[in-house]
Design a binder for this molecule. Structure first.
Ligand SMILES: NC(=O)c1ccc[n+]([C@@H]2O[C@H](COP(=O)([O-])OP(=O)(O)OC[C@H]3O[C@@H](n4cnc5c(N)ncnc54)[C@H](OP(=O)(O)O)[C@@H]3O)[C@@H](O)[C@H]2O)c1
Length: 322
């Protein structure tokens, strides 16, 4: 099979398209003939040598893909050769074939092309598991989404609006704020020019915050929480070590939660994929959530795809076709 690996830690130029042996399905796995994959920020860190794949996972980059089932392992039920699917992966999506635990496959939502479906698993599973399964966002509550025009942000805004929540979003330019507004955000905040704490305080605070920044925003996020608010940290773009004012958190009866999807056991990922299929795919099928795709490039242009994310040019996802 064709696959992309990083030959050594470094810039986009270390990404190399190479030939590797075709994967075989272990018991409980299927092999997908990959149609498309998508780029995640974690891929940039892995390429730089800062985010190794979990033990036992392939060195091939790629946390999600779409494709057609080409081999079915023992003990797999519900999937057959020829089925179309998209998948949440621990690794291996930047390839022409990938072996994946059957529980991490999801059907392609109605109305979405097989290529575009590659842009959905990581954002859908991350947003659904954090904002809804963990933080329990309710209709009528306010969600603050940091980085509203990114891959995660564009999905989070749409999902929260579809389920009846009110959304505030931060973004780094007028154009990106306009994207957030088009997706349904009631309030948008230019994080380069405005203080999101002031804006949120003026609206009673955020019941849930989905945070990509980590340390840099920890104190201000707690300040922006409403009483009984839940801050969910999923990214550390602003560093890992911050100071938490427990008095403020205690007074608000607030919660600070941090989670990572990639290293979870297969059974937990399977439970998230099943919940996404049940609760989120109907919202995609009826058009209330659409994949937001900045550009589609062939896998051979993977270095360019990484440069786009590194420069922060994208709105939504960058897809690579196998
Ligand atoms: N824990 C998990 O399981 C998990 C899973 C998936 C993703 N993540 C993390 O979630 C984060 C978002 O992922 P993604 O795929 O959406 O990446 P992405 O598409 O590259 O988006 C990154 C976002 O960060 C925003 N940003 C940059 N500086 C900011 C600042 N000072 N304040 C607010 N926002 C800022 C950017 O906003 P502008 O473009 O408007 O400048 C952009 O929207 C990443 O940190 C990623 O590692 C975590």
């Amino acid at each position: 099979m064709r696959a992309v690996i990083a030959t050594e830690p470094g810039g986009p130029e270390v990404l190399t398209l190479t030939e590797l042996p075709d994967p075989l399905p272990a018991p409980g796995e299927v092999v997908l003939e990959v149609t498309a994959t998508a780029v995640n920020r974690a891929d940039l860190l892995q390429r730089q040598g800062f985010y190794p794949p979990p033990p036992g996972a392939s060195d091939v980059l790629g946390l999600e893909c779409s494709g057609i089932v080409s081999k079915v392992g023992e003990e797999v039920t519900g999937w057959q050769v020829g089925d179309q699917a998209c998948a949440l992966l621990a690794a291996g999506g930047y390839a022409s074939q990938v072996a994946v635990p059957a529980g991490q496959l999801m059907p392609v939502p109605d109305g979405v092309s097989l290529v575009d479906a590659a842009a959905l698993p990581e954002v859908a599973c991350t947003v659904w598991s954090n904002v809804f399964m963990v933080a329990g966002l309710q209709p009528g509550e306010t969600l603050l989404v940091h980085g509203g025009a990114g891959g995660i942000g564009t999905f989070a805004i749409q999902a929260a609006v579809a389920l009846g929540a009110r959304v505030a979003a931060t973004a780094g330019s007028a154009e990106k704020r306009a994207v957030c507004e088009r997706l349904g955000a009631e309030v948008t905040i230019d994080y380069r020019e405005e203080d999101f704490v002031e804006v949120l305080r003026g609206r009673g605070g955020a019941d849930v915050i989905l945070d990509n920044m980590g340390a840099k925003y920890l104190g201000r996020n707690v300040d922006a929480l409403a009483t009984e608010g839940r801050l969910v940290v999923i990214g550390m773009q602003g560093g890992t070590k911050g100071e938490l004012d427990l008095a403020t958190l205690l007074r608000k009866r607030g919660a600070v939660i941090a989670t990572s999807l990639r290293a979870r056991p297969t059974e937990e990922k399977a439970a998230i994929c099943a919940s996404v299929t049940e609760h989120v795919w109907p919202l995609v099928a009826d058009g209330r959530i659409a994949p937001v795709i900045h550009t589609k490039l062939p896998l051979s242009e993977v270095a360019q795809a990484h440069r786009i994310l590194e420069a922060g040019e994208q709105v939504g996802k960058v897809v690579l076709t196998a």
